[in-house]
Ligand binder design. Sequence first.
Ligand SMILES: Cc1cc2nc3c(=O)[nH]c(=O)nc-3n(C[C@H](O)[C@H](O)[C@H](O)COP(=O)(O)OP(=O)(O)OC[C@H]3O[C@@H](n4cnc5c(N)ncnc54)[C@H](O)[C@@H]3O)c2cc1C
Length: 485
Amino acid sequence: MTAIIWFRRDLRLHDHAALHTAALTGEPIVPLFIMDDAFCQPDAVADKRSHAFLSAVDNLAGSLQEVGGRLLIRRGNPADVLCQVARETGADKVFYNRAYTPEARKRDATVTEALERQGMRVHACKDLLMHEPGDILTRQRTPYALFTPYKRVWLTLPKDRPFPQPTSWRMCEGLAEMPGESAPLAEAFGRKRPVGSEWATALFGERTARERLQQFMHEAVHRYKERRDFPGLDATSHLSFALNAGTLSIRTVYHQALEAMEEARGEEVASVEAFVTELVWREFYQQVLYHHPHTTDHAFLPQFEAVAWENDEALFSAWCNGETGYPIVDAAMKQLNETGWMHNRLRMIAASFLTKDLLVDWRWGMRYFAKQLVDFDEAANIGGWQWSASTGTDPQPYFRIFNPVAQGEKFDPDGTFVKKYLPVLSEVPLQYIHKPWEMPEHVQEQAGCRLGLDYPDPCVDHASRRKLAMSLFQEAKDSYARTQK
Ligand SMILES: Cc1cc2nc3c(=O)[nH]c(=O)nc-3n(C[C@H](O)[C@H](O)[C@H](O)COP(=O)(O)OP(=O)(O)OC[C@H]3O[C@@H](n4cnc5c(N)ncnc54)[C@H](O)[C@@H]3O)c2cc1C
């Protein structure tokens, strides 16, 4: 008999649970990727995001070719496509790796039902996470809503080792003649290739991901703790795309981190531990969304569901375009718009600024990030936004509001990052780089940066907006408390 491997967010051949499990049967395999129609809509996701993901699919197709196989790429409803491919190939089994978001779970339940109705066997494997949502619960068997106790348990549990890549491949005969899309996919699906040399297809494949991992574990991980918050340094792993598209597996990353821990000396140990903590955040947010699916669109903390956001369209648009007049926020948004990725410290600053300074609903920002981020992950995005907006689990308390000038001065002290994405500020003296509105006119002339002409005046006054935000959050809390009496 024959087994279909349904590739989704696991676009690799090494350390792949479903592939490994299917290979153990010794039966010929049909590698399949199904293109979701929604993903191809021009407005659904930015070109960078779709290009990166489809490039990873292209890369997987190339890797399969190297081992004598072929990736079938079909478009349409997954249940229909899988039944059709099973009919064409005589397959009686489907293997895939489990996903945990509300939409993905609904889709997988429908697909499983349809396939089982056709008499097929469906094997869903654990792959995306080290520990699945139900694995870590409190003594009362409830999910954790606080990160620290969750992490304590996560660290003590036994961990799976990476799976070996199959050594011999038995591909279903006749695959080469079967109809299906061929690479390069992004163009085939009518998506423009983004401008810029960094958009080379090779960047998004399995090989590049493994190289990036090796490089990071060899050097930067040992100084991660002290350097990770500075966007002007290349100090974080940049593995988020690889982990979300699955060009790297979490087992491989985790076990490489353990090896780096063994080599670490003194302070370096804490650095590797800090990196592992980030991997735990990734799983923490997956389980929050799994157990609280309403958080896709509602506040985790009900008292902050009804904050009276102003939702000013012009301010939102200034934020999206990096034209707020606050350099650290604007440079962050330019980084997102130009590269499809944003440094974690900047995601927090930009999200805090949108919600607490511009008083725009966190859901607007969350959707903008979802469209632009190459490394988009629904659970991490919701978690990050709700944390920043003070509406989520372990939130930043609503009265502790980031000051964009102080954040800039602390985390981009020499203005390297701001100048990179806002070249108009490149001649601005350091003392004004994070508050250009304080520049006297003659300094503006000398720096070639006239406020209101070359660079915008600040769109709001931080001090007064901070007070307003606190009162709106307090009002929402009080009014919720009254409804609970
Ligand atoms: C408002 C907001 C939105 C975010 N949206 C996303 C998103 O859509 N996709 C996404 O992968 N991350 C998101 N994050 C988390 C984090 O910013 C990115 O994972 C990180 O910046 C990716 O860069 P890196 O790979 O160099 O991270 P590193 O610092 O090297 O961390 C290693 C890995 O740990 C995971 N990780 C790190 N920080 C977090 C975190 N706070 N939450 C969950 N996982 C984490 C990622 O998989 C990351 O690749 C968001 C954070 C905020 C504040």
